[in-house]
Every structure is written in structure tokens, then in C-alpha cells.
Design a protein around this ligand. Sequence first.
Ligand code: SF4
Length: 367
Amino acid sequence: MEKKFYEPRTVSIGGNGNVERILIGGKEPVTIQTMWKEGIIGVKDDPVRLEAIRNKIAQLKMLGCDIIRFAVPDMESAESFIEICKATSMPLVADIHFDYRLALKCLEGPVAAIRINPGNIGARDRVEAVVNACRDKGAAIRIGVNSGSLPHDLRELVESGKMSRAVALSETAARECAVFDELNFDQFVVSMKASSVQETIDANEDFASKYNIPLHVGVTEAGPLITGVVKSTLAFSHLLKEGIGSTIRVSLSSSPENEVITGLEILRECGKRSGGVTLVSCPRCGRMGFDVHGFMDRWQNKLLSMKKDITVAVMGCVVNGPGEGKHADIGIAGANGKAIIFKKGEIVRTVDEKDADNVFEEELNSL
Ligand code: SF4
């Protein structure tokens, strides 16, 4: 029997101060998130660090990132987080655990959303205080649940084999949503995090078959680059093709740039994003006359950040380079210490390899 899932309602994030407003859910494009990977204590009083963070956020935006989450584990971080929110137009999310007062502090600035796990925030009046403050400030909430925060009764059902962990995650999230419904607050999304691909799929399918609440999809602690990319691709592509997932975060033991690039490529391959730069590159072999890997290391992020709808081919040799890359708008290949630049399969420049980057850039800019 074909599974049926609700189209999620729309949730607004951002829009305070100079922060961009983004809609999540409905028929809106699936957004890409990443998480800041460094501590931010002291940033408030350090203009150089603040500027560096602002610049890196701008670079992540150019790559395709829509939203960034910051861990806010203490009051000093909360104060710095507010300054970071003021310094950028990117919607930023404060990730809060245990202490609801940190959420209230962050809400003194133009924070776009608060991520809480109500299960570890404590008594209902604390959750209510955060919800009311978010309502007052026009901020959204992401309810995050994971298998470590299952309520006692659901944990027992899972341990006795009467309920799957995936359904228990979905039921836990549903209980938290019911509290938000009672508080008459609907500007929230839900995430249910499991580190197994199948559990992630099952939990999100179960929830989406019952509720029209936007889902933030992610495989948690997915592992290092290759492992994490494989797990995230499997889980996301399955769910996205079913229309599940309004916002995604690829979780990697790697850079935020790699998380964003992976998310973008998954969305493109699933038909959820179009346009931008498509990269074609050869794996390299004994015929290579050009260091494809080194060139891609230098150029990948720069190319993916360009606002052009083009295909770029980077090939190791002329034997196959222009031929295999003939559909590319621009390409580069190696030939015995020389580099050739080609456009639509036609060679337009031949230069010494040492000049390859500069000439490639010239030709790229002329497109
Ligand atoms: S393009 Fe040339 S170097 Fe690259 S894999 Fe093909 S044959 Fe090898």
C-alpha cells in the first residue's frame, strides 16, 4: 500500500532586525543548514574574531547555506551569539540544552530560532517561558528529540520490543508538539535524530504520516566525511523523494563547507534544487598530465559559490579531457606540462601549467 504523507505547514524563520526571513515547509524550497564548529566565548569583545565569523558565514551563504546553528552552552556564549546575530543577515539558530535561561538571553538579540529538546529543559513552565519569549520576539523553535531523551514509558516499550525506536522517537516528538499546541504556538519544526539510516527514515515517515509539521531531517553523529556522506545521502534521498524534509543538515566530522556542499548536491540530485555550477572531474589515472585533485582542492568551493548556471570540467589529460568534457561550458585538462582550457569541447587556450589557474580564471570570468 502506498504510504501517504502530509504536506507540512509553513514556518517563518528570521526577519528580525537585518536578518533575512526564510519560509520553511509548504512548497518552499528545502533549506540547507550547518552547524558552527567552534566555541564563541569572548567573540563579543573581540572585533577581529567577530569579523572572521561574519566573513565565514558570508562564504557559507555563497556556497548555498541558508541557516546556521550555534551551540550556546553558557551565558558568555549567549552574549557573543547575540553580537554574531547582529553582524549577519543569515538566520542563526541558538542550540540550547538544559538551561532555559540561555534561550531567554539569546532572545534579547535578533535570533532567528531556538533549538531546544524539551525533554532536557525540565519543567513545563520553563518550556512555556521559552515559547512565550519566542512568540514575543517573532522567533521560531526547533524541537529536537533523540533516542537519549525518550520518556520512561516509551523507553520501556522499546526495551521490551513492543515498540520500535523509530516510532518511539516520533511519539516523543508528537508529545512535545502537543504541549506547543496547548500554548497556541505553531512556529516550530521538529527533528528526530537517530544515527542509523533506517531509523531516521522510519521515524520521519511515521511522523509525516500523522502530522503536517515541517521536519528538519538529519542523521545524527553520521561519522567522518565519507561515512557521513553515504549515510546522509541514503536517508535524505529516500525521504526527499517522498516529500519529507523541509530543511536538512548533513552532520559530518568535517567542515561546515563540506556539510553544505553535500546537502546541496543531495538536493540537486533529488531534483529539489536547480541551477548553479555543476562540477565534472575525472578520477585521474596514469595518463594524467595535470593534477586534477590539487586543482579541485583549490577551486571546488570557489566554483560552487559562483552564481552562474554552468558546467565546469576538470580532466587529467587531453586524450579524454575535451572529449569527455565536451558538454562543459568551460574545462581544463593537462598535456605534458601544459594546461589546455576548452569551451564546449573546443580548445581556446594552451598555457604552461604554472599559469593554468590564472588563465582558467580569466576564461571563467568571460563566460
Ligand atoms: S581524463 Fe585522462 S587522466 Fe583523467 S581518468 Fe580519464 S584518461 Fe585518466
